[in-house]
Ligand binder design. Structure first.
Ligand code: SAM
Length: 197
């Protein structure tokens, strides 16, 4: 059975508009925490020049694999098992990285590993795009995000909406230069960093 995320269906077109520009010079993109695989299938179809490498933790890999197999697209290789906490990551020859709705799900320690792994993987001029909710100057961008953060932390105290400044500091420590912050529907953002030369 294939799982369906309604949020993915709603946000895939607005995200696509950003990725078209951000990944224009990339050939192979690694997606971290691909979930149901809806984004992978849609972006690979809409951006046929990209090779879209999806990935997931062991627990969610079978469902992701089923969707990628069903799509049967030439630019969608089989997903790889990737837990950001297990370094080094089992991928090479990646131009850029995409991840949606993951940094507020994983622990802060895992967020640190996320950036460590991205830093080890990406070469000059590579791009990192991260979609999701963020706080700025320790403030939520909406009441609904504040309520969502409460819900997340009650469910798992290690999770929670991240502060843009703290995430950006991790990116900077890996040589990633902050390039853009796009306002997205439903109080989300798409953050873009570029690896300096
Ligand atoms: C809310 S889902 C988002 C899935 C999909 N990207 C989307 O936008 O619908 C969060 C995802 O983060 C993944 N994740 C959590 N911890 C992770 C880790 N340590 N390494 C890699 N992925 C992780 C989960 O497996 C899950 O698929």
């Amino acid at each position: 059975m294939l799982f369906l995320s309604e949020a993915c269906e709603r946000n895939k077109d607005p995200i696509l508009q950003i990725l078209r520009g951000a990944f224009a010079a990339s050939r192979t993109v690694l997606e971290i925490g691909s979930g149901t695989g809806q984004h992978a299938v849609y972006f690979a179809h809409q951006l046929p020049k990209l090779n879209w490498q999806s990935s997931e933790t062991a627990q969610h890999l079978p469902a992701l694999r089923a969707r990628i197999e069903q799509a049967g697209a030439v630019n969608l290789p089989p997903p790889v098992e990737l837990d950001v906490r297990r370094q080094p990551w089992p991928v090479t020859r990646i131009d850029s990285v995409f991840s949606a709705n993951t940094l507020h799900i994983m622990s802060w320690q895992a967020v640190e590993e996320f950036f460590r792994g991205v830093g080890a993987l990406l070469g000059a001029d590579a791009v990192l795009c991260v979609y999701g909710p963020f706080r700025y100057a320790a403030r939520y961008t909406s009441d609904s995000n504040e309520a969502f953060d409460r819900y997340l932390q009650e469910r798992d105290a290690a999770s929670g909406i991240r502060d843009f400044e703290a995430v950006n500091a991790l990116a900077a420590s890996e040589g990633l230069r902050f390039e853009a912050d796009h306002d997205m529907p439903a109080n989300n953002r798409t953050l873009v960093w570029r690896r300096g030369t």
